[in-house]
Every structure is written in structure tokens, then in C-alpha cells.
Ligand binder design. Structure first.
Ligand SMILES: O=C(O)CCC(=O)C(=O)O
Length: 245
């Protein structure tokens, strides 16, 4: 990682999203990929149903959830002191790891992610919470990159509605009227990452290409955040309709 902390903080506070080149090395990316493959092949069947979401074919993994609970390798990655030191200023406090997940976006059948704000799922106040989204595969314009509406984290939580999408149960009542060309497109090489604040509006299209678009997500909050009961009630209703997330 070769990052200027002051610039990172300024860009993050302004846009609600930043890109970090070479967040993980090629060796680290290879180790993540190998452990994900091993975990899916050897361990996943013995985990609770809320450890994953499948694509419509009912066999290909769309998301892995709660890897920090189920896997020592991913818990250790999420607890890495250098990563927590990097993001501490962004969460305005002591980072607490709350999730390690994947958005696999497999070739040809990877489904899209509706416009949303993560805090509709996280339900934290103040919104000092973020996601480090690490590219394990290359993310191209064609294979379903994540698009972020720059500055949207400054407007607070927008009205939500259940989306009916498995793995992304809560979406937005209205999507922002910002053309894709004005949005931040998370094009990444393997090992690059984006960091987005939990109220930054974002979404991604299905993957219709022959190339997988696997992302590993590390989610952190500041130790001072608390659960907002109104946000939690809306999330609970949505996730009950389309579990597990
Ligand atoms: O990976 C994607 O396509 C969506 C990711 C996402 O919604 C998130 O990082 O919160």
C-alpha cells in the first residue's frame, strides 16, 4: 500500500468513496482466492444457511457472509493492524471489524445489486462505518463494476423499500437522478480496493461476461456507533421477506 493518509481522508470526506491501488499484493490476492475456494468446497455445506446467498441457479455462490465468524484466515485479515490503522481516521475512532463478506458476481449469471445505502443494513448512528471492497478479479466496465454517487453520503439516509433481491433485501424508494457518466465507477485491478462510507449510494449491474468479478469486503464501524431503532425496524421487515441479508 502506498497511500497518503491526509489525501485519503480528504477524498473520502468529500466524495464518500476512494480508490486505493495495490491494497493487497499479488501474493495476498492469490492466498485470498485459494482460501475462498477451499472454504466453499470444504466448509460451506456445514455452515448455517445465513453464511451464504446463492444465485438463481441455486448452486453458484453470490455472496459469502460472516466469514469473520466462520473462518480464521478471513478474521485475521480483517483484524490486520495496518488496515485498521489506515481506516481509523475515516471512522472517526477505534475501528471494530463487523463483517467479512464476498460479492462473487460469477461469470454470466452474477446478479445485479440495486441502488442502496449500506446503512439501511448496518443501522448505525453516527454513520461512522465503511466498507473496504477489495478486487480479487479485475473489475471492468463490462463485468458489473460498483458505481457510487459521489457526495451522496452527505445527504443522510434516503427513504428505503424492500427490494425483493436475495442478498440485497433493502433498496431505495427513489434512485438518484445522476447519470452513470457522473458516478464514480469502481474499475479495479486485482488487489486494488475502494473504500465507501455507509451512506454513499451505490449499485452494480449483472455480470453477463465470461469473466468472474469477485470482490472481498471488509466492513468496519467506529467503536462509538450505536444501532438506530428506526433503521433496524425497516431492515428487519425487508430481510424477513427475502432472507438472509
Ligand atoms: O459488489 C457489488 O456489486 C455490490 C457491493 C455492495 O453493495 C457493497 O459493497 O456494499
Amino acid at each position: 500500500m502506498n497511500i497518503q493518509p491526509e489525501q485519503l481522508l480528504a477524498d473520502y470526506e468529500r466524495d464518500g468513496v476512494v480508490r486505493l491501488r495495490q491494497f493487497l499484493s499479488a501474493e495476498e490476492v492469490a492466498a485470498v482466492r485459494a482460501e475462498l475456494n477451499r472454504y466453499i468446497h470444504d466448509d460451506l455445506a456445514s455452515k448455517p444457511l445465513n453464511a451464504r446467498t446463492l444465485e438463481k441457479d441455486e448452486k453458484t455462490v453470490r455472496n459469502l457472509w460472516r466469514l469473520e465468524e466462520h473462518n480464521d484466515f478471513f478474521r485475521a485479515l480483517g483484524e490486520r493492524a495496518d488496515i485498521k490503522a489506515l481506516i481509523a481516521p475515516l471512522v472517526h475512532g477505534e475501528p471494530v471489524l463487523v463483517g467479512v463478506e464476498t460479492f462473487n458476481k460469477p461469470a454470466r449469471i452474477g446478479s445485479g445489486v440495486p441502488y442502496h445505502q449500506d446503512n439501511a443494513y448496518f443501522c448505525q448512528t453516527p454513520p461512522d462505518m465503511l466498507t473496504v471492497w477489495i478486487a480479487i478479479d479485475a473489475v471492468t466496465e463490462a463485468n458489473g463494476p460498483v458505481f457510487f454517487v459521489k457526495g451522496s453520503h452527505k445527504g443522510g439516509m434516503l427513504p428505503t423499500r424492500p427490494s425483493g433481491v436475495r442478498g440485497n433485501s433493502i433498496g431505495m424508494t427513489e434512485t438518484p437522478d445522476v447519470p452513470l457518466s457522473d458516478q464514480f465507477c469502481g474499475l479495479l485491478e486485482p488487489g486494488d480496493a475502494t473504500i465507501h462510507q455507509c451512506e454513499t449510494v451505490h449499485h452494480s449491474a449483472p455480470n453477463t461476461t465470461d469473466h468472474s468479478r469477485l470482490g472481498l469486503l471488509l466492513v468496519y464501524r467506529g467503536s462509538h456507533t450505536q444501532t438506530d431503532p428506526a433503521l433496524r425496524a425497516a431492515y428487519t421487515a425487508a430481510v424477513s421477506a427475502t432472507p438472509p441479508a
